[in-house]
Design a protein around this ligand. Structure first.
Ligand code: GDL
Length: 468
């Protein structure tokens, strides 16, 4: 059996987000975590390594190649598989021989540095081709399949390693929107060499769940099981959040239905400890996956990193804090309960000595105090990684607390509430916030124009009617 068709289940981490790539030291730390968690694959494909995507034709310089060599050695020493990606899709000419040669030159450089396994990433690109490519193949899928097959055959003749591709539509929503063209996946599945693995992120780019039935249907279409690119913990799309919850929403049977699962996690490297631990536990689990238990176990293992130069923090407070940055579609149970309790107390005025209000407020202030104390973390990398989000959480808790004080103070009854620390424009200010006020997302995914804007411009059809 050739290396490229060996049935090893790929499990690991993708460095595949937008934003600053991890540092060499962070990667070494990652590989150690991966070994501890029992993962087997590190995938290199940060969107903002210029050579990986924007200037993919330009060879790596000596420093860049040194980093590649370090990655090869670092993974080899730890028994990890290294897969190297290149993203030519922004401007590649599929029928341009010079571009095929440029890709071969890139792979040659990487092979000389010791890389044997590759991926062509064709995600997040326009779904239009050059006119000559359109004339030759008629569809993006056919052009890409031919091109990737050519690169694959060239590479297989030299290394025999595994070869992967990320298609242009890589989730259910994109396929439904005909991104990449009608019948894209069918053509790719039919035309792409059967040994090439195909990435898939699930029903969405960020999939809350990965269910078995859609995967089975996709397997038919692709003529091979997909390889999961899992964005559950990715946070590059929202700078205000990070995700350190458990690996959840994926049945254990998924492991038997796909060629592998690779996580593309938080951009801020230190925040990925629990996700990697929990993912490792999921991979080892044979029955009865308890995501919450794996989260708490991961958090315990992470706890030593939360040492401070001051008085020790309390583990229970870390649980509440981590629950505030849990998963994209869910807050953790402690954070969820706190938010509900605070909302209930704020919504229904109670006497100042109401025991439930006092208890809820005390819980809220514990969390605020925990946030404030994180400036004392001895692991500065960890503190810097979460600092802005911690700041924002603390600000909101502080504002609610001030509002609460105001409301129960008889001397201020009937007066408007203001906070000296939350002033217009500096608090929740800025251009982006202004734009955010224009369109309001509804829970069903549709967007509504802010009512205060509705009168600003007449609807398009009215305007054209008045023009005639
Ligand atoms: C994407 C990008 C990925 C990014 C993620 C989350 C894929 C295949 N590509 O669409 O680079 O980090 O979303 O924003 O997921």
């Amino acid at each position: 059996m050739s290396a490229s068709s060996e049935p090893l289940f790929l499990s690991g981490v993708i460095e595949g987000f937008y934003g600053p790539p991890w540092t060499p030291a962070e990667r070494r730390q990652l590989w150690d975590w991966m070994v501890e968690a029992g993962l087997n694959t590190y995938f290199y494909g940060p969107k903002d390594d210029l050579h990986q995507r924007a200037i993919w034709r330009v060879p790596y310089d000596a420093a860049g190649l040194n980093e590649v060599g370090d990655a090869v050695r670092g993974c080899r020493e730890r028994g990890l598989r290294l897969i190297y990606a290149c993203s030519p899709g922004l401007d590649v000419g599929y029928s341009d021989p010079a571009d095929l040669r440029a890709m071969e030159a890139r792979l040659t450089q990487l092979m000389e540095a010791g890389v044997t396994e590759f991926c062509i990433l064709l995600d997040d690109i326009p779904d239009a081709m050059r006119p000559e490519d359109q004339a030759r193949w008629g569809s993006l899928a056919a052009a890409q399949a031919d091109w990737v097959n050519a690169v694959y055959r060239w590479s297989r003749a030299r290394t025999g390693g595994r070869f992967l591709v990320c298609p242009t539509p890589y989730c259910g929503r994109m396929v439904a929107a005909r991104h990449g063209g009608e019948g894209y996946l069918e053509v790719l599945g039919r035309e792409l060499a059967p040994e090439i693995e195909i990435f898939w992120t699930g029903p969405e780019i960020i999939s809350e769940r990965l269910d078995l039935d859609p995967i089975a249907r996709l397997t038919q279409v692709l003529r091979r099981p997909p390889l999961i690119w899992d964005n559950l913990f990715a946070n590059d799309y929202d700078g205000r959040r990070f995700f350190c919850g458990p690996y959840a929403g994926r049945p254990l049977e998924l492991k038997r239905a796909v060629r592998g699962i690779l996580l593309n996690p938080n951009t801020e490297f230190p925040l990925n400890f629990v996700p990697i631990q929990s993912f490792g536990a999921y991979l080892r689990a044979e029955s009865g996956w308890d995501a919450r238990a794996s989260f708490l176990k991961g958090l315990e293992a992470w706890w030593p990193q939360w040492a401070t130069v001051g008085a020790p923090l309390a583990f229970a407070d870390l649980v509440t804090f981590a629950d505030c940055f849990y998963l994209p579609y869910h807050d953790g149970p402690e954070a969820d309960a706190l938010a509900r309790d605070v909302a209930r107390c704020l919504g229904a005025p109670r006497p100042p000595d109401d025991p439930e209000s006092l208890a809820v407020r005390a819980r809220m202030l514990r969390l605020k105090d925990f946030c404030a104390r994180l400036v004392d973390l001895t692991d500065r990398g960890l503190f810097h990684a979460c600092h802005r989000r911690v700041w924002e959480l603390r600000e909101e808790l502080d504002l609610i607390d001030r509002w609460w004080s105001h409301r129960i103070d008889p001397a201020r009854a009937g007066t408007p509430f203001e906070s000296d620390f939350h002033r217009p424009k500096t608090y929740r200010g800025g251009f982006v916030v202004r734009l955010q006020s224009f369109l309001k997302p509804r829970p069903d995914g549709s967007m509504a124009l802010a009512p205060e804007l509705a009168h600003e411009s007449p609807p398009m059809n009215l305007r054209s009617e008045s023009a005639t």
